[in-house]
Design a protein. Structure first.
Length: 138
């Protein structure tokens, strides 16, 4: 045995943890997704309507698909889109969703559900939200 064989390898540099929560194994995410749609609507602070002025409500978990993924998209307007948008993002953060940002898009993730928000008030007068998750029904 030589001295080189006897020498332990140098220590490895520490690995930086990934940002945000680690993904959870796919399960039935419909309850959490529907809850976050309702939380989004509640956080707006004013009546939330669609482009035609019809009041928007959250789906029931059983109304959402669960065939590998589940998703729900909202295009809504409020009495004050800017204030509602800020309040919705604050509500998502308060729920433990990690913040991220892409070009003109606010993103959140909690290890299960991915949330996307775009304020297009200056384009079409609407706030656009997309909630998605991997989903495997039991």
């Amino acid at each position: 045995m030589t001295a080189e064989e006897d020498t332990p390898p140098p220590p490895r540099p520490p690995v930086e943890p990934a940002e945000g929560p680690a993904p959870s194994p796919a399960a039935d995410a419909r309850i959490e997704l529907a809850r976050m749609v309702q939380r989004t609507l509640d956080a707006a602070g004013t009546p939330v309507t669609d482009a035609a002025g019809v009041r928007v409500s959250a789906p029931l978990p059983s109304d959402l698909p669960c065939d590998g993924t589940t998703a729900y998209d909202l295009s809504v307007r409020t009495d004050d889109n800017a204030a509602s948008y800020a309040a919705i993002l604050d509500a998502w953060t308060a729920e433990g969703y990690a913040k991220d940002r892409a070009m003109q898009e606010d993103l959140r993730y909690n290890g299960v559900v991915r949330l996307s928000a775009r304020d297009r008030s200056s384009i079409d007068g609407m706030l656009h939200f997309s909630l998605t998750a991997d989903c495997r029904a039991p």
